[in-house]
Ligand binder design. Structure first.
Ligand code: GDP
Length: 528
């Protein structure tokens, strides 16, 4: 197959949702269509359960699973589909944000009864900011839920999307009759016993046929005809260009658990979802069709075996062909490297491959050379953009609890931060280290991993910080900035990239500081 065909057949995407909306179930059903797994239950639930916060074995088990499900690839109708796993738990939101830099599109799963939830809002906002094409899947139609029109309203209002329904439910919960596929103009009648199979359903091409009345009853048939008319009047028709620009979001309804409406979603997805897209580097735009290899690290995973401190760096290929044993430039280190056993991912397996193409994810064994955001090329100096750090929500001093192991502690902290587990700040005043995280769970993960993988012990001390603000003075030489630095000295720190950060204790402080020193800009993300 030619290089261009390889690119065109690839679809790399992520599924995002609030926990429990049905992401895992949907993933599993999608794999079923690819023939990648034989039965449901094969995709393990990669989520940290509530109440498991102090259960280290649970955390470890989850880490193991999350390696296995980091990338799930399968072939469907000759398309190579790469699903990138995104943790739903809010303590791991940062991981999900980073994964979103490596997808070309997303599917948003929403629970029909719960509607738009908090985590969905946050994740969709990030996708919206990046104009990532999104398809919405409203799940659990076999249960009683909100009215379909109300839900569409909610999606528009809370998520700020412009929706175009491509399927529409007939009834819901106990009365769930099926789905009208607006995209293909077909009706699919629901039956609860096709869970594990790829079912064909009954298809109608003409909405006005009396046959329809016979099967779902006159009342439901008329209802559907009316509602479809409203949809046609109220919502914009689907337009692929608008979807690809992130200006319009098609909506599907279904029940992942019952494998209902999933095939419709997948068939439409492979047709409309983008193949690997151009990606912005600081230096220039890189097109996927360029023949020279470029790629970047979006995730680093420590291996489970503490005796081999190897890590797996996940590289998204942006352009060219990634070849086994070819020399590539690690741009940040200015060093040529060869990789003898790059892994590709298929369903739950990983295997060594000779060639990977744009859109694919390659896993590379790493002993500490890679950081999130690192770029590989064939020699060109390129740095891919778009992997921001968000201000952490929690801040604690980290203390060395075993003075004989300070070297191990610093090495461990350094590597865990490269993996993106948390952010490290060094106070300018006294050099003390502060760890910032998105969720409290991370502190336990760090403590546990420092001890088990690096033989170091740490303790924490609370630090009343509200937000980390990255400091950008309009003019680093003016008196206002000097004054700011003098007055705020105790609250200034440096992040791992050497950037100046102001650790503000409250929203009020930020406001006051901003009005007192207007030329010193404070940002909540490290990427500007
Ligand atoms: P995740 O946290 O988003 O990955 O959600 P899961 O896929 O683990 O699903 C959460 C729960 O919802 C599980 O108990 C699923 O069996 C259930 N579930 C998923 N899809 C459906 C559906 O279509 N109908 C019903 N009734 N339950 C579902």
């Amino acid at each position: 197959m030619s290089f261009l065909k390889e690119i065109q057949r690839r679809r790399t995407f992520g599924i995002i949702s609030h926990p429990d909306a049905g992401k895992t179930t949907l993933t599993e059903k999608l794999l079923l269509f690819g023939g990648a797994i034989q039965e449901a239950g094969a995709v393990k639930n990669n989520k940290i359960k509530k109440g498991a916060t102090s259960d280290f074995m649970e955390i470890e088990r989850q880490r193991g699973i999350s390696v296995a499900t980091s990338v799930l690839a399968f072939i469907y109708k000759n398309k190579k589909i790469n699903i990138l796993d995104t943790p739903g738990h809010k303590d791991f939101a940062e991981d999900t944000f980073r994964t979103l830099t490596a997808v070309d599109s997303v599917i948003v799963v929403i629970d029909v009864a719960k509607g738009v939830e908090e985590q969905t809002e946050k994740l969709v906002e990030v996708c919206r900011m990046r104009n990532i094409p999104m398809i919405v899947f409203i799940n659990k139609l076999d249960r009683e839920g909100k009215d379909a029109f109300d839900l569409l309203d909610e999606v528009e209002q809370k998520l700020g999307l412009r929706v175009s329904p491509l399927s529409y439910p007939i009834g819901m919960g106990y009365d769930f009759k099926g789905i009208y596929n607006i995209y293909e103009k077909k009706i699919n009648i629901f039956s609860a016993d096709n869970k594990q199979k790829v079912s064909k359903g009954i298809e109608f091409t003409d909405i006005n046929t009396p046959e329809l009345d016979k099967i779902i009853g006159e009342k439901w048939a008329n209802n559907l005809r009316e509602e479809l008319e409203i949809i046609h009047e109220v919502y914009p028709d689907f337009n692929k260009e608008e979807y690809l620009k992130g200006d319009l979001q098609p909506v599907f309804f279904g029940s992942a658990l019952n494998n209902f409406g999933v095939k419709e979603l997948l068939d439409c997805f492979i047709e409309i979802a983008p193949s690997p897209q151009p990606k912005k580097a600081e230096e220039r735009m890189v097109d996927s069709k360029e023949e020279k290899l470029t790629g970047f690290v979006f995730k680093i995973h420590a291996n489970m075996d503490p005796n081999h401190r190897n890590r797996l760096a996940f590289i998204k290929i942006v352009s060219g062909v990634f070849k086994r044993n070819a020399p590539y430039l690690h741009v940040r280190l200015d060093k040529k490297m060869k990789f003898s056993s790059p892994n590709a991912f298929f369903a739950e397996k990983k295997e060594i491959v000779d060639e990977s193409f744009p859109g694919d994810i390659v896993g590379i064994q790493d002993s500490g050379n890679f950081k999130i955001g690192d770029t590989l090329t064939e020699g060109e100096i390129l740095n891919f953009k778009g992997i921001p750090s968000f201000s952490p929500e929690h801040f604690r001093y980290v203390n060395n609890a075993d003075p004989l192991k300070s070297k191990q502690l610093f090495k461990g902290l350094d590597q865990l931060m490269d993996e993106g587990v948390a952010q490290l700040f060094t106070l300018d005043l006294n050099g003390r280290k502060v760890i910032g995280t998105v969720g409290a769970l991370q502190y336990e993960v760090i403590q546990y991993r420092l001890e088990h993988e690096y033989g170091a012990k740490c303790s924490y001390e609370n630090l009343p910080v509200h937000k980390a603000c990255w400091v950008h003075p309009d003019n680093p030489k003016n008196d206002e900035f000097k004054e700011f630095k003098r007055v705020k000295q105790r609250f200034l720190a440096t992040d791992k990239q050497g950037q100046l950060v102001f650790l503000a204790d409250s929203a009020f402080t930020i406001q006051m500081t901003q009005s007192k020193y207007p030329s010193v800009k404070l940002h909540f993300t490290s990427e500007v």
